[in-house]
Design a protein around this ligand. Sequence first.
Ligand code: NAP
Length: 246
Amino acid sequence: MLTDKVALVTGASRGIGCAIARKLAEQGAFVYLNYNGSAQKAQEAAAQIVQAGGRAEAVQCNVADFEACKKMIESVIEKSGRLDILVNNAGITKDGLLMKMSEEDYDRVLDTNLKGTFNTIRHASRYLLKQRSGSIINLTSVSGILGNAGQANYSASKAGVIGLTKSTARELASRGIRVNAVAPGYVETDMTDGLSEQVKKQMLQQIPLGRAASPDEIADVALFLASDHSSYMTGQILSVDGGMAM
Ligand code: NAP
């Protein structure tokens, strides 16, 4: 159970982040659901959690903005007095072949996925260090492990998240703070909805389990990493990909 725990999930208005927020709340945590543009969706997701008997609040912040992340973390601490679980889930794709990729598409993906993860950890770590406890969970990807043609920016950002996870885990371990990552494969969300039927078919052929994951299947592993069931794990990258990267 996560009773009395306070969690912040970035990119929780929909998809995997929303599923993680719901599962953390079901276990008793107060959950802050961060969003960037989808205010209505985030507020609806928070309201659904409250209706189901949980505690939740939606918070706007562009994770790519260093100062905005500082304010978001400070407001969580001001309201709840602590932060126990930080899930860095916010992410975007801007796919294209390297030869045609614009500087802007490269920068936007790196700024959101990698710098965004740094930004929240950087500001939250101050409070986690004082608490001498906490669990940080970062969302990386099978693309960050294997690479993926057409996703040079995204793969670089997610490989960066793996390095960031391991370095942060080493820095914070002595204060009882654990830092781990989840590496999903192909998950059915808005992010993958726009892919062509041909690309979806090709991806399914690479998955030994032969199907895409639901957001809940990724959220279950994030919940495990947030809980004391993983109390002796830090610096780990857990693949949840139907066997893609084995
Ligand atoms: P999604 O359905 O597209 O949702 C993305 C979420 O991120 C939304 O809540 C969005 O909020 C938020 N977001 C985007 N930019 C943001 C920003 N600058 N600041 C704050 N929030 C921002 O994506 P998903 O499929 O659930 O993916 C979640 C995570 O899992 C990502 O890190 C993704 O890379 C990773 N992942 C996904 C898959 C997959 O197959 N789906 C596979 C491997 C890894 P707004 O709508 O408010 O902008």
